[in-house]
Write a protein that binds this ligand. Sequence first.
Ligand code: ATP
Ligand code: MG
Length: 535
Amino acid sequence: MLFKALSAAVYGIDAHIIDVEVDFSGVVNEKMNFSTVGLPDAAVRESRDRVLSAIRHSGFDIPPTRITINLAPADVKKEGSGFDLPIAIALLGAYGALHIKDLSNFLLVGELGLDGNLRSVHGMLPIAVAAKARGIQNLVIPAGNAREAAVVEGVKVYPVRSLLEVRDLLNAAALGSMTQMPLTVMSMELLEELQIFAHDFKDVRGQQVAKRALEVAAAGGHNILMIGPPGSGKTMLAKRLPSILAPLRFEEALETTKIHSVAGVLNGDDGLVTHRPFRAPHHTISDAGLIGGGAVPRPGEVSLAHNGLLFLDELPEFPRNVLEVLRQPLEDGTVTIARASMSLSFPARFMLAAAMNPCPCGYFNDKSRDCHCTPPMIQRYVSKVSGPLLDRIDIHIEVPAVQYKELRGGSAAEGSAEIRTRVMAARERQHARFVEAAARNGQVRTRPSGRSASYAVYANAQMTTQQVRVFCELSSEAERILERAMQQQGLSARAHDRILKVSRTIADLEGVAEIAVKHIAEAIQYRTLDRSYWA
Ligand SMILES: Nc1ncnc2c1ncn2[C@@H]1O[C@H](COP(=O)(O)OP(=O)(O)OP(=O)(O)O)[C@@H](O)[C@H]1O
Ligand SMILES: [Mg+2]
């Protein structure tokens, strides 16, 4: 007898609906004959052992037969252990152990333990999105995945813990008496929850210039590099950056959650990623860890930081080849990983914050201590950060050692909440501008735009060249200043665009429509530091 169940396979950060068909023919000898067809990977092929054991431990007695399992469509690669549950259910259906005959309105996903208990799987959010797109209403999935699936409106999520529970649920559905309440989560509410941060800017004494630069970076989503001697507070400042970022928009939260769901780093309690991610990989990370990789590609740190912050502390300590792979995502906001069998793109639009010492001993340019490094040593050290990478960083600042007076000074520093209020206001201004422009051009903005794997523009740093031309008009005096800076400092065309974006953000922080001379001058100021170290 043939029986069919529906499941899903994750591919990149999207899922495809998969038909799981089970057929068996007559009792053969003593041994179970079990074959799986339809491009299964090793984990899917192994599911036979888990499924048979789970079925037996759940109290079903199945005779040895020839079983064929077909996963269709055959041209989509199936991987992972999520097919255990649909295979087990289709098998029970084929043996006549279920009252329900038609499972076309149910999507089943879950890994089975040998005892018949269910375990969570990765990528449940994209799976729920795919189910909704197909019009499948009921999602029967492991309890640990329930909250992330419930973020999708319009599908009913049934969290289950064991194979027997699934059998009971489906039998109840056949009788039209599903008593189990579907779980629903008000997704927007999660985002509006009070945001609490472990570190606050009020702990940082002095460093006004650095704080201002970080505020500008946060307001426009610009990349920032901090250079300074040991103990000046670079790491301390970077750790406080998340506390002044604007909250995620709902669409941004969905984008980020999809990636975290596929990577399996979602915490079971929160369905949605509610804070901008802060990823701070150690400098021993591999390029695959940073960018993504594996036989079946998984997202790396740059993608986990999508819509958030990637912090690279002690930048020159990262191997050069690892830093160089950052160039593509920093420019395009996506990473493409090519494999013999497939090529996948993951979103990777993050704000980069980096910190470093100016030389091996750390005290080059320091007022109070002598530097013992020779010029070639300093050159060798800073050149670990290449020109092209440096060119992609919009804001370069010096973080000098704090003076004793400032450190011990009585007056308290400004706290994160106040800075964040200004950042949020500037973000709102940017958002309103992009929405208004899109409405003028008759585009729908909340969906990913036509450019492959690109997303709507939420912040100044994400503007396209064309948008820069439209939104960053300069007065003739400001124009002259920029021209002079370009010539004197030998800035690239990329630097030119990035300076314009930063100046737009500075004007947005002030709440003015026009980019004035002082805005462009401050933006240029942030690009002068690299001359003194990399020259
Ligand atoms: N501006 C400051 N206000 C208050 N405390 C500070 C300040 N700067 C540094 N500190 C103190 O010094 C400690 C070390 O600072 P931090 O680790 O940020 O230095 P760093 O610049 O990252 O140094 P390194 O280059 O060695 O990594 C902080 O944990 C904090 O206690
Ligand atoms: Mg540090």
